[in-house]
Ligand binder design. Structure first.
Ligand code: ADP
Ligand code: MG
Length: 298
């Protein structure tokens, strides 16, 4: 909550400019580029002992994750990742060979996604910090913001939702899925799940001026994951998105006829009027208020 309020305050202070189609507040900034495409620009930083501990992660994995979370933000806008810069804060106990291992992870995932490393910065630091900035592009027609969900829209996720505690180093950014969706269907809003389904649908609801009801039974859980963790523990980087019932019908009709993307998209709820608030519906139909509080970064 503290983080959301702080960012809201910064957003209010940042000047509006006509070439900034969407600034602070989405998974990536959207900047005017040419008649066909927009530029996407996002940044995501990993901090030792906040996002990872050197006890349970290899340097290679840390490097991979630092890029993967950024790709995920570009995917959530409907776009394609292109260029990154990587800035690192290096504590005395991290050696050159460890840094090279971080870059092994970085280069491997860059290669897999066609991303080019084009710069960065290197400094001493108390803890290991990896700050990645990413540029991507999105065809105007495919751009998806957090702010255009409508009352009556269906809420969907990619899944089953994994346990972020176990998968956050190895997750696959849902780029293929996002490109499939935005290429053929009108997606009204989208976000990647970094903080948990509840706070992340909360972001869509706040920015779209709507409410929601999520059916607890409909949330696809991977083995061993509780609904509470699906709601309030993030770091799974699945896509959470909305579309009109008509578009959702078209999607599932198409999927019933093809072999790819089977059992990947799940309907989990509905967008409601803002006055109705944000709720989940449990087994006996009992409504519970969804909280904005999820995975804490600060
Ligand atoms: P995500 O989880 O998708 O990376 P965040 O919740 O980290 O998104 O950030 C939400 C929005 O706030 C993004 O648009 C991001 O660029 C912006 N933001 C986060 N921290 C800052 C900051 N310190 N200054 C300016 N903008 C920020
Ligand atoms: Mg995001």
């Amino acid at each position: 909550m503290k983080e959301i309020k702080f960012i809201e305050n910064i957003r209010a202070r940042a000047a509006a400019e006509k070439d900034v189609i969407a600034g602070i507040g989405d998974d990536a900034a959207v900047l005017k580029h040419d008649s066909k495409q927009h530029l996407l620009w996002a940044a995501d930083m990993l901090v030792e002992d906040v996002h990872f501990s050197l006890k349970d992660a290899s340097f290679n994995k840390i490097g991979r994750k630092a890029v993967a979370v950024n790709i995920s933000d570009i995917a959530a806008m409907g776009g394609v990742p292109k260029y990154i810069t990587v800035s690192i804060g290096v504590p005395p106990y991290v050696k050159i060979r460890n840094l090279n291992n971080i870059y092994d992870g970085i280069f491997k995932i860059c290669k897999a996604y066609g991303i080019c490393l084009v710069g960065g910065d290197t400094n001493r630091s108390g803890k290991l910090v990896i700050d990645v900035s990413i540029i991507g592009s999105v065809e105007k027609k495919r751009l998806v913001l957090r702010s255009a969900a409508k009352e009556g829209d269906i809420i969907l996720v990619t899944g089953p939702i994994p346990d972020g505690r176990k998968t956050h180093f190895d997750f696959t950014p849902r780029l293929k899925e996002a490109r499939f969706l935005t290429g053929k269907y009108k997606i009204s809003s989208m976000i990647d799940i970094s903080d948990g389904i509840a706070p992340d649908i909360g972001r869509i609801c706040c920015q779209s001026g709507v409410g929601c009801v999520i059916s607890e039974e409909a949330v696809p859980l991977s083995e061993g994951l509780s609904i509470k963790d699906a709601f309030y523990y993030g770091e799974n980087f699945e896509l959470l998105f909305t579309m009109s019932p008509k578009e959702a019908r078209r999607l599932f009709l198409d999927l019933s006829k093809k072999n790819s993307f089977k059992k990947v998209f799940f309907v989990i709820g509905e967008i409601t009027n803002k006055n109705k608030g944000m709720y989940s519906r449990g087994k006996e139909g009992v409504l519970k208020k969804l909280k904005m509080e999820g995975y804490r970064h600060i």
